[in-house]
Design a protein around this ligand. Sequence first.
Ligand SMILES: NC(=O)c1ccc[n+]([C@@H]2O[C@H](COP(=O)([O-])OP(=O)(O)OC[C@H]3O[C@@H](n4cnc5c(N)ncnc54)[C@H](O)[C@@H]3O)[C@@H](O)[C@H]2O)c1
Length: 357
Amino acid sequence: MQNPIEIERLESVDTEEPQAGRRSVLVGAGLMAGAMVARGAAAATFDSAPATVNGGAMPKPPSDRTAGEIRKGRGSALDGKVAVVTGGARGIGRAIALEYAANGADVVVIDIAGFVSPASDAAPATPEDLAETVRQIEAFGRRGEAIKADIRRIDQLRAAADRIDRDYGKIDIVVADAAIQRWKPLLEMADSDWNDVIDNNVNGTANTIRAFAPKMVPRGKGRLIVLSSMQGKHGTKDGSSYSASKWAIIGLMKSAALELGKYNITVNAVIPGLVDTPLTRYEKRLTESFAEQGHPPPEHPTPQQAWDERKPTVPMQVGWLQPEDIAPVAVFLASDAAAMVTGAEYEVTGGDSAKDI
Ligand SMILES: NC(=O)c1ccc[n+]([C@@H]2O[C@H](COP(=O)([O-])OP(=O)(O)OC[C@H]3O[C@@H](n4cnc5c(N)ncnc54)[C@H](O)[C@@H]3O)[C@@H](O)[C@H]2O)c1
């Protein structure tokens, strides 16, 4: 049994007794909490200062402009929401799609599922990859669907947005994940090494926002999440087109947040550090792990050598992260709890971001 403690009972605490001003009483420790429960959690306050200044009450936001009352799971529950994820055939896009399904959302994945450009260093995703994502969404008991489309084609994205909006009745969440990467020194690059990366990553991400945001405006609610990169936070030697594209995506995200806030649409960026996906599984990326430390790389480094090189430099002591390490932040940003989070960058890097401003 708890010892009684002496507290000052304040006038603002409702009791059966008539208010008798400020006085000291002996009560159990649970009294204050009990009074709050009796009034409902929404009435809970988190400070002891009076809610008036100069005789005026503190204004409260409308219910759609606050994360609302604290309740279990509000930062992760996506029950009944409809999400669209570009680049969902594999890698981080697939992880986000599955994490959304695991938390209750129906998910439509959009991917080219094929060749993108000679300026992509990664092996192309396949229709089988895309179908596998849908299979795994359905394994979580949610509705899953694949649409084969190219984010460079805004007509294709608009057609997809029309159909999803019609078939599902709404679009709550859109994740613009699809991108390509190129490693080429500026002095050696072909025109396509610059143009295709900028076109695909910057124009493709802008197309995604421009095609899907109009479906959210009439409903007065939406969540847009774009994928940038730590390479969009600092320069990347021999990776300028990718770095520039990911830096541009941060500018796009912040501009969209400024424009769309009045429609109750939030726009945020997830910023992964190095993650093991097909985007990064080739020799040049392994070699970069040594170059980043200013060390000469072995002639053909193995993945283990690259892991061992990077691991001591990452605060969480991994050579790189896994796609499923990135996905939980995208759930939070899509959740009701993130109602007032917009124009923000969320870094998931295992601690690499502690080295950058
Ligand atoms: N892997 C990393 O280390 C890392 C780090 C930081 C940021 N990112 C970012 O995360 C996102 C996902 O990367 P990933 O590592 O999962 O890559 P990935 O190559 O495994 O997956 C990217 C997907 O996007 C699709 N795609 C590319 N261009 C497309 C287009 N024009 N139209 C439709 N689909 C297209 C591909 O087919 C592929 O399925 C990208 O935006 C990437 O820049 C990745």
